[in-house]
Design a protein around this ligand. Structure first.
Ligand code: 6R9
Length: 663
């Protein structure tokens, strides 16, 4: 059965002429890459500095286990820092770091970064970290986080970054799964205007990891907030493990000879939640990953490294922070902003204030953030000068057409291209996106696979669907930054991604998608989010977009709840724009009916929600994805399930209290 293709979008935006004329990537790249994919990627690999050149671009002799640039050697940290210093860019700012407390800022040049990475690499070596050892990183968004990742990469010690908002349990299971013997953390970080502790969770996690068979030998602690911490000194003679970062890193030697690692040497493991069971440790290796991320960062953002100021707002605990804050941008020698805190601290214009102050030209964020700003109102960004922004990016979820238009108009002054970038932790790099100088913008569509990438939308049987139809998104050829396996679990790797279309050899992404009449791609969310209403397969995304297109709605989440007559019924959870609320903060009585009719008009009677609930917040993961599973529990009157991967675990309480109060 294919997805019903219901909504239509007629708006189009041509690339600005100047951007198109000076674009890094032109139309011809698609054809050139399709003609000889391997030659195309080999050409992209030349943007990096290699120790030894590869013998083979791609070894696909044993699918689905790919090897890229075999025989080649490379050091990721060398490519991200040293070579820029050697190329005369040492004084260029690599990171404008902005702490959450106002005026707590630091600028790091590429030379500063190189020295710090070398010091940290020397300090880690002193602490016994060797090539191949795994290091867990549990830090806030501070410069030391980037330094720690690059120091690990330099030594060839794969890191696993765990989001600072995750619990001790989540940290423990990741430490145990990948066998980390060192954890790098901080006393705490700043979050919503107050210091929030990290070290106690690490202490707890170390104990829990021990129960799971993994002994952590060293906990390296950055002093960030100055709050009190429990301490068992590593060299205190009592079997302790704690070491202050400033004690060992600040005094270390700022030079360090980088070893050139095999192109397939593991770079990092990033855990991502599976639909069931324990999180999957996605393994990325060095050479191909760096080629894929640096090329796509340059191509999709039309990067002009000499003049652009780039800002990706993602947390480093998410793959976007790895590929498009650390490895891609730094390999490209860009100047970028890194911000520690939340967008509303101390005021709701903080992000725009930062954009104005540093003259941000390329801005990359998630639809969830955009919809939050829509809710707060356009007058907030209007107070700041955002005229330097020339390109806007979106990632993490389908961007609703209304959110796209708001982003383009309000943040981009109505003239700036928006690139909607589809990819996954597993893909490592952006796969489907417009090219800003080539592709026209179509609100809500990620358009088409990038040069060198091959994607399709197929039926259950693996046949390509015609234009105007929906199905499953697959990737039909290997790509350089692809995951190599799941850490310690080759079988689950094959099973999860490669078994569904084993005959065709396609990678199954787990997303629904459709091709519109022009053949452009629309992402419809995870296939498990698809509903079946009276035999029609409806995508949650399309109904959510219809709701968000109503002027009173800021955000919407739709789930299918079991229904005696229709199989499943559409249940919607809606956050209103602040301007839509009445004086007492409640919604007008007739609004729910108005919204139901609005969906009916936009999509059709079949999609009309059975029920609409007005809520103050939605449950989201750290990357801003709505956890519909939890809302489904509410819609089906069950106890709410596991909330440990929510960015804010109190949200579900807020929702259930609100709904039971009946207001
Ligand atoms: C980078 C990242 C991957 C899933 C992916 C899809 C959704 C990401 C999207 C998008 C529609 C986009 N997704 N970008 N859906 N349009 N532009 O988010 O990685 O956290 O692993 O999530 O996110 O459902 O399968 P990850």
């Amino acid at each position: 059965m294919t997805l019903s293709n219901l909504s239509r979008e007629e708006r189009r935006f041509e690339p600005p002429r100047e951007l198109a004329e000076n674009a890094n990537v032109k139309e011809e790249a698609y054809e050139r890459a399709a003609r000889d994919r391997e030659a195309f990627w080999a050409e992209q690999a030349d943007r990096l500095d290699w120790g030894r050149t590869w013998d083979r671009v791609l070894d696909w002799d044993n699918p689905p286990f790919a090897k890229w640039f075999t025989g080649g050697t490379i050091n990721a940290a060398y490519n991200c820092v040293d070579r820029h210093v050697e190329n005369g860019q040492g004084d260029k700012v690599a990171i404008h770091w902005v702490g959450e407390p106002e005026d707590d800022t630091r600028d790091l040049t590429y030379r500063d970064l190189k020295d710090e990475v070398c010091r940290a690499a020397n300090a880690l070596t002193e602490l016994g970290v060797k090539k191949g050892d795994r290091v867990a990183i549990y830090l806030p968004m501070i410069p030391e986080t980037v330094v720690a990742m690059l120091a690990c990469a330099r030594l060839g010690a794969p890191h696993t970054v765990v989001f600072g908002g995750f619990s001790a349990d989540a940290l423990a299971s990741r430490i145990a799964d990948c066998g980390a013997k060192v954890v790098i953390t901080a006393d705490g970080g700043y979050r919503r205007g107050a210091p929030s502790a990290l070290k106690p969770a690490v202490d707890e996690a170390v104990g829990k990891a021990r129960e799971q068979g993994q002994e952590v030998e060293t906990v390296l602690v950055v002093r960030r907030t100055g709050q009190d911490v429990e301490w068992t000194a590593k060299h205190g003679g009592d079997g302790g493990r704690d070491v202050w970062w400033h004690d060992v890193v600040d005094s270390a030697f700022p030079e360090h000879e980088p070893e050139m690692h095999d192109a397939e040497h593991p770079l990092y493991v990033m855990y991502t939640s599976g639909t069931t069971g324990k999180p999957k440790g996605i393994l990325h290796t060095t050479g191909g990953y760096l080629v894929g991320t640096s090329y796509t960062h340059w191509a999709v953002f039309d990067l002009k490294a000499d003049t652009d100021v780039y800002w990706c707002t993602a947390d480093v605990g998410w793959v976007t922070g790895h590929s498009y804050m650390v490895y891609g941008p730094l390999a490209n020698g860009v100047t970028q902003v890194v911000y520690e805190g939340t967008p509303d601290t101390p005021h709701k214009g903080r992000w725009w204030e930062i954009c104005e102050k540093y003259g941000v030209t390329i801005f990359y964020t998630a639809p969830t953030a955009i919809r939050t700003f829509m809710k707060w109102g356009a007058d907030i960004p209007a107070k700041f000068d955002l005229s330097k922004i020339r390109l806007l990016g979106s990632v993490g979820e389908p961007i609703n057409p209304e959110a796209y238009i708001w982003y383009r108009d309000t943040i981009g002054g109505g003239k700036v291209p928006v690139v909607d970038t589809w990819w996954q932790t597993e893909t490592g790099q952006i796969m489907i996106s417009p090219l800003p100088g080539v592709t026209h913008g179509k609100p809500g569509s990620a358009m088409k696979a990038l040069p060198g990438v091959a994607a399709d939308v197929v039926t259950d049987a693996g046949e390509s669907v015609p234009d105007g139809s929906g199905g499953y998104l697959v990737l039909t050829e290997p790509w350089p930054a692809m995951l190599r396996t799941l850490w310690g679990d080759d079988e689950r790797f094959k099973d999860t991604y490669w078994s569904r279309y084993a005959d065709q050899g396609f990678y199954f992404a787990g997303d629904g998608a459709k091709k519109d009449e022009d053949g452009d791609l629309w992402m419809l969310g995870r296939v498990d989010d698809v509903m079946n209403v009276s035999g029609h397969r409806l995508s949650t995304t399309e109904i959510e977009s219809a709701l968000v297109s109503h002027p009173k709605v800021a955000e919407a989440a739709v789930v299918g709840a079991s229904d005696d007559t229709t199989g499943q019924a559409v249940c919607a959870f809606v956050i209103l724009r602040e301007s839509a609320l009445q004086g007492d903060g409640t919604a007008p009585d007739d609004l729910i009916e108005e919204l139901r009719k609005h969906v009916q008009k936009q999509i059709g009677a079949i999609a009309k929600p059975r029920q609409i609930m007005i809520v103050p917040e939605l449950p989201k993961t750290r990357s801003g994805k709505i956890m519909r599973r939890l809302l489904k529990d509410v819609a089906e009157h069950r106890d709410v399930g596991d909330v440990t991967t929510l960015a804010d675990s109190t949200v579900m309480e807020l929702i259930t209290t609100k709904l039971s109060s009946g207001k």
